[in-house]
Design a protein around this ligand. Structure first.
Ligand code: PMP
Length: 312
């Protein structure tokens, strides 16, 4: 695997960092999860610019300055895909603090820890087309972490300790996924995906005060509206979830993933619902209809423009 680290591409065993990196000890990093898809003429990293801009916003929320321009990061992502000869792939950029201060005050005694950027990518075929029986979810005891309004929207490494533990507890109890509530007892999101409930043809999804503003969530909201459905951001109680006709998750990795039961209770008739199936198809069509990503020049901007044109 070829890894991009601080401006250069290395074989993975040569991409080294210090064991005293601040992020390794405190989780002070931010990252992205991006998917690229095989298109007719090559790979296309779906909504790459939006992911990269979110990476910059996440970094800003942690007062970390990424020493590149967003366009340079987009180009680096495309270069990593090329270097690894990938088409259907998952891309992981990670911004992290290196060696310097070992306290929480990283500006202490002028020892400002350097901000590093790493980009890796690996093959990760889309779930689409594989048999998808649906997710059996569990309502987690864990609550979505709300350290501050800014941090809710940061895709920060440290947040995932909570998701990791909620997911592990779902697995230990025989479920596939955990759904987390907010601190008022309303649904927030899954461990790394947004949540939608469909009832009588209306789609509801929790507010982003308690969930990450997912890029797939945004794509699905637009696709559902274009398909003629009403979509609302809403507070959703666990009872309303169980009473839904359909429930599904959205995320870059999950794409559109149906939930067929919660805590062992079937959602609807316990199979994948028609609206979920329709939106899955539309999502899969659009991610493959994008022009190929180019590694230089303004190819990235052209791809984003094509997305906004295609989805209207
Ligand atoms: N919520 C959380 C906590 C996530 O980690 C993710 C994955 N990035 C999502 C939602 C879905 O976001 P996106 O559609 O942008 O991948």
């Amino acid at each position: 695997m070829q890894i991009w680290l601080d401006g250069k591409t290395y074989p993975s065993h040569e991409a080294r960092i210090s064991v005293m990196s601040h992020t390794l000890h405190y989780g002070t990093g931010v990252f992205e999860g991006i998917r690229s898809y095989r298109t007719e003429d090559g790979f296309s990293a779906f909504r790459l610019e939006d992911h990269v801009l979110r990476l910059f916003r996440s970094a800003e929320a942690l007062d970390m300055h990424i020493p590149y321009e967003p366009a340079e990061v987009c180009n680096a992502v495309n270069r990593v895909l090329e270097a690894n000869e990938l088409l259907d792939a998952y891309i992981r950029p990670l911004v992290f603090l290196g060696e310097g201060s070992m306290g929480l005050d990283v500006k202490a005694q002028g020892k400002r820890n350097p901000v590093h950027l790493m980009i890796s990518a690996w093959e990760w075929p889309s779930y689409f087309g594989q048999s998808m029986p649906g997710i059996r979810a569990m309502l987690a005891e864990h609550r979505r972490v709300f350290s501050s309004p800014t941090l809710v929207q940061a895709k920060a490494a440290g947040h995932y300790l909570n998701s990791y533990s909620a997911y592990a507890s779902a697995k230990a109890n025989g479920y596939d996924e955990a759904l987390l509530l907010d601190d008022e007892g309303h649904l927030a999101e899954a461990t790394a995906a947004n949540l939608f409930v469909v009832k009588d043809g209306v789609l509801r999804t929790p507010f982003t005060t308690s969930a990450l503003e997912g890029i797939t969530r945004d794509t699905i909201i637009t696709l559902a509206k274009i398909s003629g459905y009403t979509v609302m951001e809403s507070r959703i109680k666990p009872d309303e979830l169980l009473d839904g006709d359909e429930v599904f998750l959205t995320g870059t990795a999950y794409e559109v993933a149906p939930i067929i039961s919660v805590n062992g209770q079937a959602i609807g008739d316990g199979s994948v619902g028609p609206i979920t199936a329709q939106l899955t198809k539309r999502y899969q069509d659009i991610v493959r209809a994008m022009p190929p990503s180019l590694s230089h020049g303004d190819g990235m901007a052209l791809t984003e423009k094509a997305y906004y044109t295609a989805i209207q």
